[in-house]
Design a protein around this ligand. Structure first.
Ligand code: SF4
Length: 316
């Protein structure tokens, strides 16, 4: 690990200012991904700003009937919150499907959104990777790419986003609130928070340097039957090959988002309109224009079947 300096912030504004003052500085909270990346020298921030003492660790009702989740609420606490379990079952189930109990007790809401791809070449510093070293090439394009994206990729990167929580947030149309060092705040729809790789695969999100996530807001409860189905190579502690988040209403309408298929949580609003026609119609619309590789084409059929299972959970 490269040497770095460290400080603890006591307010969000102080944290944002501290990171803005040091080029390359990073926020750290649970550290469940960042510290691994630092040990492997994939990320080498010269300075860490610990945000564990800045508050933002509560889940509060909003005036609109939803919930505001502080950026530092731990994944385990969020999954277990009675309001989340009752009104946002898709989110609770997605959280429990992620990582391990130990990691969920450390990982935060903001950190979950900011975790980086688990593409094996991203973690192998002997191999070219445009996300790690822009312009160096993409080892996955002609390599082992069974777990990679089938839609939304580019000739620069076909990595997937690893978060389960973010897929549920996409189905719920959550928003992400941030603050910058100058005190400016903004609200980012979750649909616009993560990026597709394009020609800049090194950028995972649309956050600006030094911009601090302060909370994630859920809309008023959507009701319906909510499900999160995750298919992976082993029963626990593994990332999704394909996952499906659904919010299904009795009248046949609903929302669907996919994980494990793209560089960001994948939702195509037009696919929601296909729900009355069944899983095949929805999957075809969701994955229109897909460019699978020789090794991951199975994800197209897997997504349809996983979706069919989720649709079968709809209450009669
Ligand atoms: Fe790197 Fe993306 Fe290619 Fe993986 S898919 S090797 S993360 S550029």
């Amino acid at each position: 690990m490269k040497p770095f300096s460290y400080e603890r912030a006591s307010t969000p504004a102080q944290a944002a200012a501290a990171v803005a003052a040091r080029p390359g500085a990073r926020f750290v909270a649970g550290g469940t991904n960042l510290l691994d990346l630092m040990k492997l020298q994939i990320e080498t921030p010269p300075h860490l700003v610990d945000v564990n003492g800045i508050g933002l660790d509560r889940i509060e009702p909003t005036a609109q009937g939803g919930l505001r989740i502080g950026a530092l609420v731990r994944n385990g606490d969020l999954a277990a919150d009675a309001r989340v379990r009752r009104d946002y079952g898709v989110l609770s189930r997605a959280l429990v499907a992620g990582a391990s109990g130990q990691l969920r007790n450390m990982a935060t809401t903001a950190g979950n959104l900011l975790q980086r791809t688990r593409c094996p070449y991203f973690y192998d510093t002997n191999m070219p990777c445009n996300k790690r070293v822009p312009g160096s090439g993409c080892s996955a394009l002609g390599g082992a790419n069974r777990t990679h994206a089938v839609v939304g990729g580019s000739d620069q990167c076909i990595a997937t986003h690893p978060s389960d929580m973010a897929v549920a947030l996409r189905a719920l149309d959550a928003t992400v609130e941030t603050v910058r060092a100058d005190g400016a705040t903004r609200v980012i729809p979750i649909a616009d928070f993560h990026r597709l790789p394009g020609n800049t695969p090194q950028l995972d999100t649309n956050l600006q340097p030094g911009e601090l996530i302060t909370s994630v807001t859920l809309p008023a409860p959507l009701g319906g039957t909510q499900a999160y189905r995750k298919v992976r190579d082993r029963a626990s502690y593994a990332f999704a090959l394909v996952s499906v988040a659904t919010v299904l209403q009795r009248d046949g309408t609903g929302r669907v988002a996919l994980g494990g298929v793209a560089h960001k949580p994948w939702r195509v609003e037009a696919a929601d309109a296909e729900l009355p026609r069944g899983a095949r119609a929805v999957a075809q619309r969701l994955l229109a224009g897909a460019h699978p590789t020789e090794h991951n084409a199975f994800k197209l059929a897997l997504a349809e079947r996983t979706l069919a299972g989720a649709l079968a959970e709809r209450r009669s």
